[in-house]
Write a new protein. Structure first.
Length: 213
């Protein structure tokens, strides 16, 4: 029997004990002064434009525990050319496509076995346990390499919001079949790009479970 067949049999027959998917809400710019200040300016302008109070902005990340190990799922800048060390499954451009040839203008999406979330210590009301279903946890890992990689910070997919780290997390959760109806940022918080990820996930004709908004 092939190793792939063995893995499929293992996944199909494994008990759900020990499996989990946890969501982290990390204040935007935690540990990075420039990002924090620019985020506050962005939110001040957005609040003024839409005639609403200002909110705290959050960046989301996931940890997935399965019998094969613990995986960290996060979208980050590209720190070097050794993405295999961080379980990088995809990359995309930042700002515009033509500058995306340069590492400094690309983002990466990690599915990092044994990895860490650098700013997890600053997370608010986290971790949020989303499921302990082994099948859903495995499906989340399986769909991640197919995540869309449009230009970060723009709405190339016409989803009504710019694409960013929150879009990636929301897309992955919804595409894998998790019910994200009750998933929200902490009180007085906002996760720009989250709804855009759900919109794009909802367009997929072959998703296994309906996306619930």
């Amino acid at each position: 029997m092939s190793s792939n067949s063995s893995l499929r049999d293992f996944r199909a027959g494994a008990p759900n004990s020990g499996a989990s998917v946890d969501l982290y809400w990390i204040p935007l710019g935690a540990g990075a002064h420039v990002v924090r200040v620019s985020g506050k300016l962005f939110e001040a302008f957005a609040a003024f434009l839409h005639h609403r109070p200002r909110c705290d902005l959050y960046h989301s990340a996931l940890t997935v525990n399965v019998p094969e190990g613990r995986f960290v799922i996060e979208q980050t800048p590209v720190p070097d050319l050794h993405g295999e060390r961080r379980g990088v499954v995809a990359q995309g451009p930042v700002g515009t496509r033509w500058v995306g040839r340069l590492r400094w203008f690309r983002y990466e999406i990690r599915c990092w076995r044994g990895g860490s979330i650098p700013d997890a210590g600053n997370a608010i009301g986290s971790p949020v346990r989303l499921t302990e279903d082994l099948g859903l946890a495995h499906r989340l890992l399986d769909v991640l390499p197919t995540v869309p990689t449009p230009v970060w910070g723009r709405d190339e997919l016409k989803a009504g919001e710019m694409w960013n780290s929150n879009s990636v997390v929301a897309w992955a959760l919804a595409t894998s079949g998790l019910d994200v109806t009750a998933v929200h940022p902490p009180t007085h918080g906002r996760a720009p790009g989250w709804n855009g990820g759900l919109v794009v996930a909802g367009r997929a004709p072959n998703r296994r479970s309906p996306v619930r908004f």
